[in-house]
Ligand binder design. Structure first.
Ligand code: THU
Length: 136
């Protein structure tokens, strides 16, 4: 279901600002992500590519790194915005990284106008392997 960005204005603004600073000279596909941690604080990230292509880092991963560096561990919700005109969803690797810190997180996919589609991470990454899986 597509909805407007009410309640998500701060995440949308932070993701757009980060996307503006993306370093994506190879794909020309700038992405911004912003997450709300358990404390309510917002952390943002953008994709950072590299001439050695596989070393590029996704926006979601960068936002998670910012959260961890600030001393937090739990993601309540995360929003991602690509270059448009449509919405993009996190890649498989980023879904797994989100799951590490927010198995119950909401994932908001925004277009450039702020029209948003929301999913539970568990629906984007069903039957996930996670920290609990290591407890035998
Ligand atoms: N990318 C992200 O940063 N997040 C996504 O959700 C999908 C893809 C980046 C990786 C790469 O720098 C560029 O977008 C094209 O794949």
């Amino acid at each position: 279901m597509v909805s407007d960005m009410s309640g998500l204005e701060d995440l949308f603004a932070a993701a757009l600002a980060a996307r503006q600073r993306a370093y994506a000279p190879y794909s020309r596909f700038p992405v911004g992500a912003a997450l709300r941690a358990e404390s309510g604080a917002v952390y943002a990230g953008c994709n950072v590519e590299n001439a050695a292509y596989p070393l590029g880092v996704c926006a979601e991963t960068a936002a998670i790194s910012a959260m961890i560096a600030a001393g937090e561990r739990r993601i309540a919700e995360i929003l991602v915005v690509g270059p448009g005109p449509g919405r993009i969803a996190p890649c498989g690797a980023c879904r797994q990284r989100i799951a590490e810190f927010g198995a119950g997180a909401l994932v908001h996919l925004a277009d450039e106008q702020g029209a948003i589609e929301t999913f539970a991470l568990a629906d984007l990454l069903p039957r996930a392997f996670g920290p609990e899986s290591l407890k035998t």
